[in-house]
Design a protein around this ligand. Structure first.
Ligand code: PBG
Length: 338
């Protein structure tokens, strides 16, 4: 749609002065096109076994792995700040990892126990869990390997069982992050058959094979183990049209919401997904993005609060309905302070 010349102000200087609306805070607030709110934030948390355990993740300054009792304390703070949803990621002890990620389908595994604990204390908080085998597999892949290949259909069958144990433990949203073909539809059917028709699916629909996941893999202890790379299932960063096809498939298969991941280098994908499908679209501001911001901030090379809020606002401007970010608590505090 062409903007009428009178609005665009072309050739009308000095009658049209774009700076007039910017001259005072109240005026800038009136004309702001996008707003960031605490309601947009999803906080990912790393969970470890034990009680009263806190382990800093070296590549993610300010982020700790927490035992589930400390997760409960941290969640109390998040809820107090107005955060509506968290995402749980387990650090699985190496001796529990197997080639087929058996622990993923154990209804009493660390994730399921933590879900129960959190939902008992905070029934009104949205709890999201990844569906993928990488925290549980000895080779660090999201699915099962046969002859050095990550096999699709056999992996999907296991992922369905993983989604069901999480849903039965009380998880509100399962988030398949594995990028196997057909998994969203299969998980939807499995959830429905298990009586979990209300469990939502937030599909990592457009997930790219990215270097920005490095710190996350440290955090869940899968980086040392990872054999090869994930390029046979995660997407090529060169592709945008393929991302739209992935999103279309996941919606058709029953996804309630979709994720684009990583976040900042993929704002064009977020914008196109939202414009093309109009579905609830979430950005994952991933570990490497967080690490870069923190690394620069810790050297006083960048103003962390301003750079953080600007980054998160940019996701909203691109069309995201919400953002998964490790800086959720920092952002919530900053928003509260105004
Ligand atoms: C696992 C998973 C990954 C992330 C979320 N779920 C890593 C990967 O695919 O290797 C990355 C999150 C981050 O970097 O913050 N399927």
């Amino acid at each position: 749609m062409a903007i009428p010349e009178v609005l665009a102000g072309r050739g009308r200087f000095p009658r049209t002065r774009m700076r007039r609306n910017r001259r005072a805070p109240w005026s800038r607030a009136l004309v702001a096109e996008t707003r960031l709110s605490v309601l947009d934030l999803i906080w990912p948390i790393f969970v470890i076994e034990g009680e009263n355990r806190r382990e800093p993740v070296p590549s993610m300054p300010g982020v700790d792995r927490l035992s589930s009792d400390l997760v409960a304390d941290a969640v109390a703070e998040a809820v107090g700040l107005g955060i509506q949803a968290i995402a749980l990621f387990p650090y699985v002890e190496p001796e529990l990892k197997t080639p087929e990620g058996d622990e993923a389908v154990n209804a009493d595994n660390l994730v399921c126990r933590t879900i129960r604990r959190i939902k008992a204390a905070y029934p009104g908080l949205g709890v999201i869990c990844d569906v993928a085998l990488d925290p549980f597999s000895s080779h660090g892949h999201d699915g099962v390997c046969r002859d050095g290949k990550v096999v699709n259909d056999e992996s999907v069958a296991i992922l369905c069982r993983q989604a069901v144990v999480q849903a039965e433990a009380g998880c509100d949203i399962v988030a398949p992050s594995d990028m196997m073909d057909g998994r969203v539809g299969a998980i939807r059917d499995a959830l429905d058959q298990a009586g979990c028709a209300d469990t939502q699916i937030m599909a990592y629909a457009a997930k790219f094979a990215s270097a920005f996941y490095g710190p996350f893999r440290d955090a869940i202890g899968s980086s040392g183990a990872l054999v090869g790379d994930k390029k046979t299932y995660q997407m090529d960063p060169a592709n945008a049209l393929e991302a739209l096809r992935e999103v279309a498939l996941d919606i058709e298969e029953g996804a309630d919401m979709v994720i684009v991941k990583p976040g900042m280098p993929y704002l064009d994908i977020i914008q196109r997904v939202k414009a093309s499908f109009g579905v609830p679209t979430f950005a994952y501001n991933v570990s490497g993005e967080y690490a870069m911001l923190r690394a620069a901030a810790d050297r006083d090379w960048i103003d962390y609060p301003r750079a953080l809020l600007e980054s998160l606002l940019a996701f909203k401007r691109a069309g995201a309905d919400g953002i998964l970010t490790y800086a959720a608590l920092d952002a919530a505090r900053l928003l509260k302070e105004g």
